[in-house]
Design a protein around this ligand. Structure first.
Ligand code: NAP
Length: 270
């Protein structure tokens, strides 16, 4: 595999940068500053080209005027009609590619059956401790690019023990062998899986560290070790992945499961 994975080609022929720049949960008032830093450090053209992609953020819909992801605010989403609007955006040229986010294999499969323009991207949580192999394989088989959010496991989010991703002993052993940081190895793993990645940082040193993943690679023998990494559902000791969302959203497990959110999926569909 070539070391320099700068772009992935989408099913529209458009290219998606292999790395984006996340700002979710950055402190108020500093986003402008950190984006400027990121642009200086690395990727002016990457930033511009990502803006031409439009996505359905979640396979859920809410009552008009309601605020917050509470059970009483959720309604049954009409994905086919929402997708028709997305297709109109694509046809008009306002979006160079249209995609979805947090779609399970089931939800994505249902959409593919009715879509005239297939989604180019499914943006879901993915990192070494949440590899989503079934969803990865399904996306690959359908030509839908998987874009990985929370590629570092969102340490510090406070939802469950997300810091376990960067502290994982296998990840750390690989990092030590390669002379890289655990974060760099987690990001590089995502690239080598064929995922574009969206790390967030507001720290200049970490922004530089995160972008320094293009001129080296994880060799095959070390890459094989990632299949031994314990996955998040078992790390959570009996809790399902859905629980990760509960402290913030208070949405019952069943409601989230029925929504088909890919963050809630490990290898099975709801
Ligand atoms: N589509 C969706 O539903 C969805 C959901 C969640 C997230 N996202 C996207 O994905 C982006 C990233 O997700 P995320 O923020 O949840 O998780 P993440 O990128 O996996 O983790 C971000 C956290 O890791 C820390 N960090 C960054 N670089 C590091 C390094 N080299 N070493 C150690 N720690 C490091 C950051 O702290 P510092 O800032 O202090 O460096 C921050 O606390 C978001 O900004 C958003 O754009 C999309």
């Amino acid at each position: 595999m070539a070391d320099g994975i700068q772009f992935f080609e989408l099913n529209t022929g458009a290219k998606i940068p292999s790395m984006g720049f996340g700002t979710w949960q950055a402190d108020p008032g500093i986003v402008g500053e950190v984006v400027t830093t990121a642009i200086k450090v690395f990727f002016f053209t990457f930033f511009i080209s990502r803006r031409k992609m439009m996505m359905i953020h979640w396979p859920v819909s809410m009552k008009k005027g309601s605020v917050g992801l509470k059970p009483e605010n959720l309604t049954h989403p009409d994905i086919p009609s929402t997708w028709k609007s997305m297709e109109a955006l694509y046809d008009s040229g306002k979006a160079r590619a249209i995609g979805v986010s947090n779609f399970s294999s089931k939800k994505l499969g249902d959409l593919l059956e009715v879509a005239r323009v297939p989604p180019a991207v499914n943006q879901v949580e993915s990192h070494p401790s949440w590899q989503q192999p079934k969803l990865h394989a399904f996306c690959q088989s359908k030509g839908v690019h998987l874009s990985a959010y929370s590629p570092l496991g969102s340490p510090g989010t406070g939802r469950m023990k997300r810091e376990v991703v960067l502290k994982n002993p296998i990840l750390n052993a690989v990092a030590e062998k390669l002379g890289k940081s655990p974060a760099q190895v987690a990001l590089r793993w995502g690239l080598q899986m064929g995922h574009s990645i969206l790390p967030k940082s507001t720290n200049e040193a970490r922004i530089k560290e995160n972008f320094d993943v293009f001129d080296w690679s994880i060799p095959e023998d070390l890459l094989a070790k990632f299949s031994e990494i314990e996955q998040a559902s078992s790390l959570a000791k009996g809790y399902t992945r859905v629980i990760y969302l509960l402290p913030r959203t208070s949405v019952p497990t069943k409601t989230l499961k029925n929504s088909g959110m890919a963050s809630c999926e490990q290898t099975s569909d709801f």
